[in-house]
Structure formats: structure tokens, C-alpha cells
Design a binder for this molecule. Structure first.
Ligand code: ZN
Length: 267
């Protein structure tokens, strides 16, 4: 795809093997692999991807004794992918509020590897409910001291309000604009909290005018490009910004890459 924009996909779940591939249609897309992800993104003009590894066990992933084993395996997979991808990939990782000590040690381990991206946190996949619990506060405070940017899946709005309120010094990027009601709550948080951002992955981006409204009401510096590949089709998300006639080229440049570069302190 021909365009002049640098693109950083802030929200992906890359994979080394089938067990960690969340694409619902991987059975027919037989050539899906770490190498294929790179070439697919290059075809779309995407220069860099960010995000954590996940598996969905009911989709044939390995089985684990507890949530911590599963999470630490995902995190190790992300470090393996980093070895393959180099500068193309900014690894994210998971923590778990039922494992506070382990989570803080994991923050140290990832920090030691140069990782500054915590998330996407996916409570619904990991067996916890809330971002605003006491245990979570200990972990996120610790991650903040280590300069981690925190990416969160959109969960219950009141819980997300409480979480953002608890962490005024944490850079928090929520994922998924969602449908009208949820999107309007995102907008309220974007306007109220200077440390709260939104990535475009998942539901919502296909609604006409959504991106224009987000930029008009929250400011162009609050919105980050993201796709949720391989669950979602990255071409649709590139197109949703690139082909939106309501958005200026300067706004596209900022949403596609500049905001991610600023938050992640990239060159
Ligand atoms: Zn998500």
C-alpha cells in the first residue's frame, strides 16, 4: 500500500506459533507465522508493532497450572519475539493482581530487558475483574516508578474511572473506542485526565465520524493508531485513518506514529 506515513501499530498480539495466535480464522490462513506478520505489516506500510503475547486455551493453546504460569509464559514468548523482530517490535507484558510479588519481579525482569510497555492488560483473559483493586494499585504504582506505559483493555467504565483517578502519574492508554455509550465515556476520561489516552483497535473505529469526534473533543495528541492484529484485520484499521476524508494529513501523521513515539520515548 503506497503512502508516506510512518505507522506504529500500538495494539497487537504477535505470536511465534499457532497456540498464541488469536486469529479466529487461522485454520484457513495457513501461512500465518512470525515472518508472515512482518511481511503483512510491511505491505500495509506499518513500520512497528507493539503489544503482548496472549493465548486462548480453548483455541488449542497449552495448559497451565495457574494464571501466573500462563502469564509468565506469554511474557517469555514476547522476549523471544523481540529477538526475531528487533526494532520492528516493542514487547508488552502482563501482570496479575493475585500475584503481587511475582508481578513486581516481572516488572523488574522486563525493565532489565529494556521493556517499558505494560499490557495490553486483559483481565477477562487472565481471571481477574478489576483495575482499581488494592493489589493492582501496588503493582501499577511500582510499574509507574519504572516508567512503564500501561495499556488496558476496556472493561467496566466505573472501574476504569476509579483506576485512572488512582494513578495520576501513570500514562494509561485504553484500548478499543467501542460503541457509542462506551466511546462517550472514553471521551469524558480523555477530556478529564491528561494522562489518559485511547488506541483505535477493536470495536468502534468503523463508525463514521468517530475519529473526527475523538480528535475534536479530546485532542489529536490523545489518540493512537492500533489494530488488535491478529484478532482484527489490520488493513481495515490502516484504512480507517488513511482513507478518512474528515482527518487532515497532519492529524494522520500524529495519530499514526507521533503519539506512540512521544509516549514510548522513541526516536
Ligand atoms: Zn483488548
Amino acid at each position: 500500500m503506497q503512502h508516506d506515513f510512518e505507522i506504529i501499530d500500538f495494539h497487537t498480539h504477535p505470536f511465534l506459533s499457532k497456540a498464541y495466535n488469536t486469529c479466529n480464522h487461522k485454520e484457513v490462513l495457513r501461512d500465518m507465522s512470525a515472518e508472515n506478520t512482518l511481511s503483512l505489516m510491511q505491505k500495509l506500510g506499518v513500520n512497528k508493532i507493539c503489544g503482548a503475547v496472549v493465548s486462548v486455551d480453548s483455541m488449542g493453546g497449552p495448559l497451565y497450572e495457574n494464571h501466573w504460569q500462563r502469564i509468565s509464559d506469554w511474557n517469555s514468548q514476547a522476549l523471544e519475539l523481540k529477538k526475531i523482530y528487533g526494532d520492528f517490535y516493542i514487547p508488552g507484558f502482563h501482570i496479575h493482581p493475585d500475584f503481587v510479588e511475582e508481578s513486581c519481579l516481572e516488572i523488574d525482569r522486563m525493565h532489565g530487558q529494556g521493556v517499558r510497555f505494560l499490557g495490553e492488560l486483559d483481565p477477562y483473559l487472565c481471571g481477574y475483574q478489576s483495575y482499581s483493586s488494592e493489589n493492582m494499585k501496588i503493582i501499577i504504582d511500582y510499574a509507574t516508578k519504572k516508567n512503564m506505559v500501561v495499556s488496558i483493555h476496556t472493561m467496566l467504565d466505573d472501574d476504569m474511572d476509579a483506576f485512572v483517578e488512582q494513578h495520576p502519574d501513570t500514562t494509561i492508554v485504553a484500548a478499543h473506542p467501542n460503541e457509542y455509550k462506551g466511546f462517550m465515556r472514553h471521551l469524558q476520561r480523555l477530556k478529564k485526565y491528561p494522562n489518559y489516552y485511547l488506541d483505535l483497535s477493536g470495536y468502534g473505529v468503523f463508525r463514521h465520524g468517530m475519529l473526527r469526534r475523538a480528535i475534536d473533543e479530546a485532542g489529536v495528541h490523545k489518540i493512537l493508531y492500533g489494530s488488535d492484529f491478529p484478532t482484527c484485520n489490520p488493513g481495515m484499521y490502516v484504512g480507517s485513518v488513511l482513507l478518512d476524508p474528515l482527518i487532515t494529513d497532519e492529524e494522520k501523521r500524529i495519530v499514526f506514529a507521533e503519539n506512540a513515539k512521544r509516549l514510548l520515548k522513541l526516536k
